[in-house]
Design a protein around this ligand. Structure first.
Ligand code: ADP
Length: 723
């Protein structure tokens, strides 16, 4: 080859041909450029060379890759010269001074050297700058200039190809490193100084994130940005703050709502967090791997790291490609470095604050009375349930309150045993490290309160006072009482009919001398008592099924006339001693209900009316469409039928009316005691009415009679569809 190069033209063509083939090879760009430097050595005697290239077809100032010739000279390269060549756009050949004072190189003499700088422009874009240095400028005359001119499109293509092939999505930035020759411009430096002052002034995470984001947007020229916190446990990012995203334009890849979470496996921000360094998509239009939903052209994700832990990631977006140039990147680096400490501080403050806030919420919403007392028995903090349980809501705002003094005084008139509470307080004062408990009984209204008093300590394990946990056991006691009463009633209700059934059947079996009239009478009694037993067992079963929620309604359009007709026939024998008045107002639209259950409801009410009113009195069953005035205040809206069963019986006292629809509630009077029953009928009736969406209520005057009203929804096609 060397011989052929003796002929200038052929030699040049050979060289070009070889360079052409070499630049098209599959090797990494660095290797190809190294070999190119080897080829150039054939054409000229240079000392060293370098190729500065922008893989993403960039402009000066953008991150770049530099490939140096295998032989290197001790004199450093001058970046400002590279920049001026890039900006000048034309190949420059000149003599330069190396080792001058500006470069302050000890031991190297100042010499004059030859320099060739060739900007690699192609397709209107700058792809790189090829530079050669030699002992003498004359080495760069003639053929070498021509050769380099011809190589430019090839080099541009090779660089562009490398840019597409290399894993540039995202383009990694060199963590924390300010690009050579670049310092922050005065305005950006000013911004960082201003930021320092602002960050030192706040410990509030939200405020701090706001300052950082605003500064980042201002300093970078990005149109939108966000700050996401890192949840290391769940490997997720949690959006904390964002600005500049317009909802409909933001596409799927961008943050929308505060506290929105996404896996750190997706997106540039997640990658940046995992790689623990800033990542950049300089121009999304040139990134073949990016999702088409990405509406911004440039994206920068910069993790904020303190004590070796990634705390957050700053995300910036711009509609303009190449917004994030070297200068911006240096600014963001300075910003994230400056932010790390204050952010770590604000985060730990936030965590402590959130924890205490959550605990505060739990404290206030617990239905058990809780109060923190100091060592003198003064309430420092108490939840609303505490005041409720003592029946002293008016003290809620009182600044100082002592359990041993104020509480005892407040409850004095209600305590069954007043000394018990003051003794309990004294015991706590004298034994500050012991867990204590007591039960207090109060009257008017009756209450049974359980108090647990636990010593509290600070983080140094020093006693700070006590926590009082007060729970109202009145309901439990009440349900115990009801249960015992129920067992009494049920066993009585079971025993009575069973005794008569056994007695009468024994007589029937043993006495042959009974006439047929007596036999019939005895059998009738056995049958009535068996029926009573059957009803009791059925009621108990109904209650357990209704309470378990297993009763399903078979609903359709039910005409109430038919129900009434069937019922009056069924109750014929019981009704012989009463006057039944039926008042049905038209129009009578059908109700949307379960036929058998509606019958059961009206049957229960009519049976009670018969049971609890004197012979000869009148019972009225009325049915009409309900008006707003008919309904109680908390009745659900809609179209309703109103069914009322009124009697002229014994009536029910107001205090008994409230409990009537609860289970096992019977009005305790001699009249009721004479009648059989366990107090389940009205409870079952209420559950059945409510299962239909309706309500049941009572109006009554003792000695004058009662009127039970309930509602059922009027049938409509809409209702039918909802089932
Ligand atoms: P039971 O009748 O089996 O005792 P209910 O649940 O049907 O149970 O009724 C509960 C209580 O309500 C009855 O014990 C009775 O004291 C009272 N009660 C129910 N209906 C009437 C009524 N029409 N008139 C007076 N008191 C009634």
């Amino acid at each position: 080859m060397t011989r052929e190069l003796d002929d200038p033209t052929t030699g040049l063509l050979h060289l070009l041909n070889a360079a052409f083939r070499l630049l098209q090879e599959e090797q990494p760009l660095t290797q190809r450029v190294h070999r190119l430097f080897g080829l150039l050595r054939i054409a000229t005697r240079y000392r060293d060379g370098r190729l500065t290239c922008w893989l993403q077809a960039a402009r000066p100032g953008a991150p770049r890759q530099q490939i140096f010739s295998p032989e290197s000279w001790a004199y450093p390269w001058d970046d400002s010269l590279t920049r001026s060549v890039a900006l000048g756009g034309k190949t420059v050949v000149k003599t330069i001074a190396l080792g001058s004072t500006g470069q302050s190189l000890e031991g190297l003499p100042v010499i004059a050297a030859g320099y060739l700088g060739a900007p690699i422009f192609w397709g209107g874009k700058l792809w790189g700058v090829l530079e050669l240095r030699s002992n003498d400028q004359r080495h760069f005359g003639g053929r070498i200039g021509e050769l380099i001119e011809s190589l430019k499109p090839l080099l541009a293509a090779a660089i562009a190809q490398e840019g597409m092939r290399s894993p540039q999505l995202p383009t990694p930035r060199f963590a924390g490193e300010t690009p050579p020759g670049l310092t922050l411009n005065p305005s950006l430096r000013q911004k960082i100084i201003a930021l320092n002052e602002q960050l030192d002034r706040t410990i509030n995470l939200h405020e701090l994130a706001g300052i950082v984001l605003r500064r980042a947007l201002e300093g970078s020229g990005a149109e939108a940005g966000a700050i996401a916190l890192v949840d290391h446990d769940r490997r997720e990012l949690v959006l904390h703050l964002c600005e500049g995203y317009v909802a409909e334009r933001s596409g799927t890849a961008l943050p929308k709502l505060p506290r929105q979470r996404w896996s750190w496996e997706t997106g540039l921000a997640g990658q940046a967090v995992q790689m623990r360094r800033p990542l950049l998509v300089r121009d999304a239009g040139r990134e073949p791997g990016l999702p088409p939903t990405m509406l911004f052209r440039a994206e920068l994700a910069a993790p904020i790291i303190a004590d070796d832990r990634v705390l957050a990631v700053l995300i910036l977006h711009s509609h303009r490609a190449n917004t994030f140039n070297e200068e911006v990147l240096a600014f963001i680096d300075a910003l994230r470095e400056r932010t790390a400490r204050p952010l770590a501080r604000a985060l730990s403050y936030q965590t402590a604050y959130e924890t205490s806030y959550h605990l505060g919420q739990v404290f206030s919403s617990l239905p058990i009375g809780l109060a923190l007392l100091d060592l003198n028995g003064r309430v420092i903090r108490a939840n609303p349930a505490w005041y409720q349980v003592w029946n002293m809501i008016e003290h809620l705002q009182r600044p100082s309150f002592y359990v041993g003094i104020d509480l005892v005084e407040h409850l004095l008139t209600r305590l069954n045993d007043p000394f018990r509470l003051s003794e309990f307080c004294d015991l706590g004062q004298h034994n500050p490290d012991q867990v204590l408990e007591t039960t207090l009984q109060l009257r008017q209204p009756y209450q049974e309160l359980h108090v647990l008093s636990v010593p509290t300590r600070d983080s140094q394990q020093q006693l700070t006072g006590r926590l009082w946990v007060v729970s109202d056991r009145t309901r439990e006691r009440e349900s115990d009482r009801i249960k015992n009463e129920f067992i009494g009633i049920v066993s009585h209700e079971l025993r009575t009919p069973l005794t008569s059934i056994l007695g009468y059947t024994e007589i029937l079996l043993n006495r042959q001398d009974l006439d047929s009239e007596s036999q019939r009478e005895f059998l009738m009694t056995v049958s009535t008592e068996a029926e009573r037993l059957y009803k009791l067992v059925k009621d108990l079963l109904d209650v357990s099924r209704l309470e378990a929620g297993v009763v399903k309604l078979n609903r359709y359009a039910v005409g109430l006339w038919q129900v009434i007709e069937e019922l009056t026939m069924q109750l014929h024998t019981q009704l012989v001693n009463h006057k039944l008045l039926i008042d049905v107002r038209t129009p009578l639209p059908p109700v949307f209900a379960d036929y058998d259950k509606v019958k059961q409801i009206i049957f229960n009410l009519l049976s009670n009316a018969i049971k609890y009113s004197p012979e000869g009195s009148e019972i009225q069953l009325s049915v009409r469409q309900a008006t707003a005035d008919d309904l109680p205040t908390n009745h659900p809206p809609g179209q309703w039928m109103l069914i009322v069963v009124r009697d002229e019986g014994i009536g029910i006292a107001p205090e008994d009316q409230v409990k009537l629809f609860e289970r096992f509630q019977r009005v305790d009077n001699s009249n009721t005691r004479q009648k059989s029953g366990v107090g389940l009928g009205l409870y079952i009736t209420r559950l059945l009415v409510e299962l239909h969406g309706g309500r049941i209520w009572v109006q009554s005057v003792v000695g004058r009679g009662s009127s039970f009203s309930f509602t059922l929804p009027i049938y409509s096609a809409n209702l039918d569809n909802t089932v």
